[in-house]
Each structure stands twice: as structure tokens, then as C-alpha cells.
Design a binder for this molecule. Structure first.
Ligand code: PLP
Length: 394
């Protein structure tokens, strides 16, 4: 890919967002011109669009192994996560306890912290040094008054995949509602909700090649749910607001493509990831992998380069047209290492120098070599610039 200045762009930040698939874009276009009616209208013109929504809903349901009546369109993964939690609590007014983990996306984490301030008791499950959860800790934490347990299927920063079915069984034994943030898992690992203990599940379109602005909340039939956004009767009264048809249609196609390319994610994309990772770890000194090497998304690699700032690496990669992410968040002028790496107890000198590479089916193998060839001198140069580092590394 090239940008407007015709600089080569190597995009390896797909856990942040993905390129819009041309098939998705094409499917959306008619809704920006001739197909503009309101699907709730009585006329035939509107009715046709209602059928288009049903067709897209069916495609999402097929990808998730769900019934189409269980699919609710939202605006994004964050809304789905918020709706799952805020939509559950009013149905269990006597239950004042929630469980989640320290490594959730802020879309869940900040809701947990907010509820804590509002008088709820919230248990944040910890992780080990590889970012793994301990199912026994969940078993010990669940109580009679646990309203909902919210655990992500796969982590956006380190790519760890969690044993959702095992955890779900524990939640069911404890008679709680189980919400799973599957924003990073969808399209990368097979999901079959027909045979699962998951009650609520979040998906985000822009992680699977739609534009930003569309998400899904799966609500298993029979799950108690109070709408989080109220108004009209759209989405069977579970999420009000005139439907965002272009994006819904685009998401339908994105889900079909996700099914089609799932194998490729786990073969070609994975082999690019493995090649990049292997070269970096063997050719760059004091580089180490963050996360669980065994149970990990096929597209994600989070690597720490000890003694240097991730932001500095990113800026220099950017100059070479390489788009990646760091595991630090710049808040109020101070660079805080990611909450995920902190929860794992990753050493300060490593946590600050972490970079996440996340690939997609639009990457090519030669791009991985291009990244390594640029990364090697960047890391060497930054270490030369940090006094004392060279002698520590010797
Ligand atoms: N959950 C996870 C695991 C994510 O990675 C993200 C986005 O990065 C979200 C939720 C939020 O999704 P959205 O950007 O669609 O609001």
C-alpha cells in the first residue's frame, strides 16, 4: 500500500483497526444513493431495506453459530460491552457483585471501575506472567450475588486466547450471566454460540474490515436484558435508533468474508507472524515476547525491546512507513506502561519498550522482512543514544 505522498505503507496495526474490504465497500454503496428509505416505513421501498437488514443479520448469525433473532446491531464494540453490563444489572437488583479481569479492554474495565464507585463490588481477576487467567480464581470468586461475569475471548494487546468454554461452565455453575468480549476473536477463531455457555457477546465491525461505526451484541435467547438505549422498537426493542443500514449491510459481507478467510488467518497470516517474530527474537538482542506463546491469536505479536521507549521505536518505524502500536498510553504527559503488561508483572524496563505487531490477510511476507530490516538499526541506534545501555547489554 502507498499513501498520498506515495510512501510505502506497511500496516501492521490491525488490532487497532483494519482496512475496509473492497467487497464491503461495494456492498455499502447503494445505501448512500438509491437505497435510502427507512426500514420501519410501511411502503415497499422501506420493506425492501428491512429485508436487507434481515439478510445481513443472518450472515452475522452464521459466523457466530447463533440464531439471527439473537443478533442486535449496535454502533461499536464499546457500546456492545457497555450494553451487555448495563443491560444485565437492572434485571438482578439484588445482585451487587461483578467479576471481570485486569486485562480487559477499557470498554469493560472502566465500566467495572465506574460501578465500583456506584456501590457495586467488583472482582478483577489477575493474570500470571504470561497473561494467563486461572479458572480456579474465577471459581473461588463467584458468589450467589454475582450478577455478571465479563471476560474477553482474546486480548487485543498480547493476543492471548482465554479458555472461554471452561470459564463459562464455572459461570453457569455459579448461576451468573456470562458476557464475552469477542472483538478480537471474531474472524480469527471459530465461534459456535449454539453450543456454548455464553449469554452475551460483543463484536466490532472495524476489526473485521468494515468502516468504524458498527458493532453487534449477541443476546442468547432467554437472557434477561434491559435495553441500554431506549426509544423506538428497532432491534426488537433491544436497541433503539433508526438502523445504520449501509454499515449493517457491510458487516454482513464482512462476516461472510471472515468465514471464507478464517483458514488463511490461521495459516498464511500466522506464518507471517511467526516469521516476523522468529527473526526479531533471534536477530535483535534483549527482545522478548509478551503473552502466552501457545494460546494466542494467529495475527498478534507483542515484543519488548528492553531499555528503550516503545514510542521512540514507533516514531522511527513510522518514518519508514511502518504502522504498529506500542503498549504504552500517553496520559497527562507521562508514559504509563499498558495495564495489561502491568497486570502481568512485566519489568518496567521491558514494559516501556513494548511494540505490538498485528497482521491481517492484506499483509505480505516480504513486508515482514522489510520491518525487521528497519527495526534492527532503529533499536541499535536508540540503545546507543541511551547512556549505559550498551554496557548492560554486553
Ligand atoms: N474490546 C476489545 C478487546 C477491543 O480490542 C476493542 C477495540 O480495540 C474494543 C472492545 C472496542 O471496540 P470499538 O473500537 O468498536 O468500540
Amino acid at each position: 500500500m502507498t499513501d498520498k505522498t506515495s510512501q510505502k505503507i506497511i500496516y501492521v496495526d490491525n488490532n487497532a483497526t483494519t482496512a475496509i474490504a473492497p467487497e464491503v465497500r461495494d456492498a455499502m454503496m447503494p445505501y448512500f444513493s438509491e437505497k435510502y428509505a427507512n426500514p420501519s416505513s410501511m411502503h415497499t421501498f422501506g420493506g425492501r431495506l428491512a429485508r436487507d437488514i434481515d439478510a445481513a443479520r443472518e450472515k452475522v448469525a452464521i459466523l457466530l453459530g447463533a440464531n439471527s433473532s439473537e443478533i442486535v446491531f449496535t454502533s461499536c464494540g464499546t457500546e456492545s460491552d457497555n450494553a451487555a453490563i448495563f443491560g444485565t444489572l437492572p434485571s438482578y437488583p439484588e445482585k451487587k457483585h461483578l467479576i471481570t479481569t485486569r486485562i480487559e479492554h477499557p470498554a469493560v474495565l472502566t465500566v467495572g471501575e465506574y460501578l465500583q464507585r456506584r456501590g457495586y463490588e467488583v472482582t478483577f481477576l489477575g493474570v500470571d506472567s504470561k497473561g494467563r487467567l486461572d479458572p480456579d480464581e474465577l471459581r473461588r470468586s463467584i458468589r450467589k450475588d454475582t450478577a455478571i461475569v465479563s471476560i474477553m475471548w482474546a486480548n487485543n494487546e498480547i493476543g492471548n486466547i482465554y479458555p472461554i468454554e471452561e470459564l463459562g461452565q464455572i459461570v453457569k455453575d455459579g448461576d451468573s450471566v456470562f458476557h464475552v468480549d469477542a472483538v478480537q476473536a471474531v474472524g480469527k477463531i471459530p465461534i459456535n454460540l449454539h453450543k456454548s455457555s455464553i449469554d452475551l457477546l460483543s463484536l466490532s465491525g472495524h476489526k473485521i474490515h468494515t468502516p468504524k461505526g458498527i458493532g453487534v451484541l449477541y443476546i442468547k435467547r432467554g437472557t434477561r436484558f434491559r435495553p441500554y438505549i431506549m426509544g423506538g422498537h428497532q432491534e426488537r426493542g433491544r436497541r433503539a435508533g433508526t438502523e445504520n443500514i449501509p454499515y449493517i449491510a457491510g458487516l454482513g459481507v464482512a462476516c461472510e468474508l471472515a468465514m471464507k478467510y478464517m483458514d488463511e488467518e490461521n495459516t498464511r497470516v500466522k506464518s507471517m507472524r511467526d516469521h516476523l517474530e522468529k527473526r526479531i527474537l533471534s536477530e535483535i538482542p534483549s527482545a522478548s515476547l509478551n503473552g502466552d506463546p501457545e494460546h494466542r491469536l494467529p495475527n498478534t505479536s507483542n515484543i519488548s525491546f528492553e531499555f528503550i521507549e516503545g514510542e521512540a521505536i514507533l516514531l522511527m518505524l513510522d518514518r519508514a512507513g511502518i504502522c504498529a502500536s506500542s503498549g504504552s498510553a500517553c496520559t497527562s504527559g507521562s508514559l504509563e506502561p499498558s495495564h495489561v503488561l502491568r497486570a502481568m508483572g512485566v519489568q518496567f524496563t521491558k514494559a516501556h519498550g513494548s511494540i505490538r505487531f498485528s497482521m491481517s490477510r492484506y499483509n505480505q511476507m516480504d513486508e515482514m522482512d522489510y520491518i525487521v530490516e528497519h527495526l534492527k538499526p532503529i533499536v541499535a541506534r536508540l540503545r546507543e543514544m541511551s547512556p549505559g545501555v550498551e554496557s548492560i547489554l554486553k
